[in-house]
Write a protein that binds this ligand. Structure first.
Ligand code: SF4
Ligand code: ZN
Ligand code: ZN
Length: 314
């Protein structure tokens, strides 16, 4: 097939846009779409320093490359944050992930900070899996959210970007409906404003399908970790996987299905949820980070105390 723009050989078909694109036109098209999304949803409004969460996978490394370009144009400073979660399971997963993140930071000349969970907080995700009854991905997700929030603030960033892609968000929307979990749906936003002591968070790739991100990373020669995390169990397990697979099958049958699902949710339904009480927040007695009002200690400090078996005082 030939490129719809220049008649070079096409490397990708974009069914929902009725386009075939060559390497150069795809790169341009992908970057433009992310930039338009960032502008349409005012993601960088008021941002002076942007923290980018980089795990070393295709989504976050692509996010780093694209956002570095956009931030440069806007005169916004960037800091990359990577967490060494201590996931090994005989595969050196975290060691390799961190190495890939660093390769990208150095390639782009971006400042970064690596947080070593074991050294700074006294435990690893592998240890949490064995010692805590909670599903490992739930502990890991909570740990990542806590550390990213804390470190972004320490680094003086006013906005934190994460690499959630369109497939992730479509899955969250449908799972929210399936479970009737209106609170999760109300919290699901491409831009979460700074409030209740939390930093502003943005998801610049929320309208970018996983396939396009993978293609972009490959054609741009972005180094990223191919291996998946050895802890395969997810919160919601098989049901979540089946929902994701069904959404992707629907996308094949109805091109643009995921984009419609997510943009209609964001623009037509979520505004109706603005009045849902979000629950009041207090401060964790140990670390001072925001926590549920009826809890004295935040969930992260509670987990850390269980795992390290020492009183946490900072
Ligand atoms: Fe963490 Fe689970 Fe993701 Fe592995 S799969 S990185 S344990 S959230
Ligand atoms: Zn072309
Ligand atoms: Zn705490």
């Amino acid at each position: 097939m030939r490129c719809s723009e220049c008649k070079e050989e096409a490397i990708i078909k974009i069914p929902y846009a009725h386009k075939y694109l060559c390497k150069e036109h795809f790169i341009q098209w992908f970057e433009n779409r992310v930039e338009k999304t960032v502008r349409k949803y005012n993601m960088l409004e008021g941002t002076r320093k942007l923290a980018i969460a980089v795990s070393g996978g295709k989504d976050s490394t692509t996010l780093l490359h694209v956002m570095t370009k956009i931030a440069e144009k806007e005169g916004i400073e960037i800091i990359g944050i990577t967490i060494d979660l201590g996931i090994d399971m005989g595969k050196r997963y975290s060691v390799k992930s961190v190495e890939y993140a660093i390769k990208n930071y150095e390639m782009l000349g971006v400042k970064y900070r690596i947080v070593k969970l074991k050294e700074e907080y006294g435990f690893t995700i592998d240890e949490a899996k064995v010692k805590i009854r909670r599903p490992v991905c739930s502990t890991c997700g909570l740990t990542k959210r806590y550390i990213l929030e804390k470190v972004a603030k320490e680094e003086g960033a006013d906005t934190l970007a994460t690499g959630h892609n369109l497939n992730d968000i479509a899955q969250y929307v449908l799972t929210g409906y399936y479970n009737g979990d209106i609170l999760s749906l109300a919290r699901l936003r491409p831009v979460s404003p700074a409030e209740n002591g939390y930093i502003k968070k943005i998801k610049p790739l929320f309208l970018s399908p996983e396939k396009e991100i993978m293609t972009y990373a490959l054609v741009k020669g972005i180094p990223f970790i191919y291996d998946s995390c050895p802890h395969t169990f997810r919160v919601g397990g098989e049901t979540q996987d089946n929902i994701r697979r069904s959404i992707e099958e629907m996308e094949d049958k109805i091109p643009g299905f995921m984009i419609s699902l997510v943009t209609n949710f964001e623009e037509k339904f979520r505004p109706l949820m603005e009045d849902i009480p979000k629950g009041s927040l207090g401060k964790c007695k140990i670390c001072g980070m925001p926590t549920n009002k009826d809890r004295e200690i935040c969930s992260f400090c509670a987990i850390r105390m269980k795992l390290t078996e020492v009183k946490v005082n900072s």
